[in-house]
Ligand binder design. Structure first.
Ligand code: SAH
Length: 320
């Protein structure tokens, strides 16, 4: 019988992966992963490990939750170590309860490995502190939609003027969030930040108020995944965060290499703020990544290119 690990992958920056998550990825036989996990983490797995995508765009599921639950139980019964990799922390809007219930029913052993949730990651990398002795004594984490219910019953009673409210999956529901916040007697000039792709080199941030934020989103063309933070803590953050000031922030690098993927090499770039994609090429490449790479290249553009040959340290860099 196998064992299932329900693992949080953190918000995206490779160095926010926990040591435990890294160890489990290295030994896993099967990895079932979500859209919001940094896919480069999959390079940590053994070449023999099976990689199964069950990613979700809001409202578009590659695999229905019931199917994911079934797969966990099936693989858990037959294979060795199964890692169910989820973005952020598995217990925060990660539907992990449903998966645990299935594993319990099937009497399969499992462990939960927490991760850094998007609110912590995106706030830190946007220079926002979630609490602050001057202006915020508590934080609420909410989602603007729930299972089978995209509407009115969501309540935000936890929010007050002296708190910070973080909204997950809220981009499609900004007018609703605004309405609910106003019901809590907050002012229209309540500071609001939206951080998309927090902690990745492609992070984008807009800062406004409850009254201006919808228009700012339209102008900035912000995309999911994005986290909404409302509260006075937002106005106390510097316009440009420590992360946005890193020397390679804004660079989108495509690193094409005949050598095997190197986590350390990736961190050389991401720790200086860059967004990076690794593409192994040549007959020895890990072919499990071909489809992923194809998809990634279709959806992204790049500012810088690196080419690395097998057997040579020489690196050629061109700009487009
Ligand atoms: N379990 C995850 C949340 C899953 S819900 C966690 O703990 O972070 C998915 C939502 O999380 C997205 O719609 C978005 O609101 C938020 N999110 C996840 N990763 C993010 C990131 N890197 N930057 C900003 N928001 C993110």
């Amino acid at each position: 019988m196998g064992k299932v690990y329900l693992v949080g992958a953190g918000p995206g920056d490779p160095e926010l992966l926990t040591l435990k998550a890294m160890r489990l990825l290295k030994t896993a036989d099967v990895v079932i992963y979500d859209r919001l996990c940094n896919p480069l983490f999959l390079h940590l797995t053994k070449r023999t490990a099976k990689l199964i995508y069950c990613g979700k765009k809001p409202y578009h599921h590659a695999m229905k939750q019931e199917k994911i639950n079934e797969a966990l139980v099936e693989y858990g019964k037959s294979e060795g170590e199964i890692v169910r990799l989820k973005g952020g922390d598995p217990s925060i809007f990660g539907r992990v309860r449903e998966e645990i219930d299935c594993l319990e029913r099937a009497k399969l052993p499992y462990e939960i490995v927490p991760g850094i949730t998007a609110a912590s990651g995106a706030a830190a990398y946007a220079g926002v502190t979630l609490t602050d002795r001057e202006s915020s004594s508590h934080v609420t984490l909410s989602t603007a939609h729930r299972k089978g219910d995209h509407g009115e019953s969501e309540q935000m009673a936890g929010f007050t003027k002296h708190g910070t409210a973080c909204f997950y999956m809220g981009m499609e529901n900004l007018p609703f969030i605004k309405k609910k916040l106003l019901e809590q007697a907050v002012a229209l000039d309540l500071p609001v930040a939206i951080i998309s792709w927090g902690s990745y080199g492609r992070q984008k941030k807009i800062v406004g108020t409850l009254s201006s934020i919808e228009q700012l989103v339209e102008q900035a063309d912000l995309i999911n995944p994005a986290l909404i933070i409302a509260g006075d803590v937002v106005s106390r953050a510097p316009a440009e965060s420590w992360f946005e000031k890193l020397p390679l922030f804004g660079k989108k690098i495509l690193y094409i290499t005949e050598k095997p993927f190197s986590f350390e090499k990736m961190v050389e770039f991401t720790s200086r703020g860059a967004d990076i994609w690794f593409q192994e090429v040549g007959p020895n490449r890990d072919k499990r990544f071909d489809a992923l790479t194809k998809k990634f290249l279709k959806e992204n553009d790049f500012t810088d290119f690196y080419f690395e040959n097998e057997g040579s340290e020489a690196l050629f860099k061109t700009k487009c």
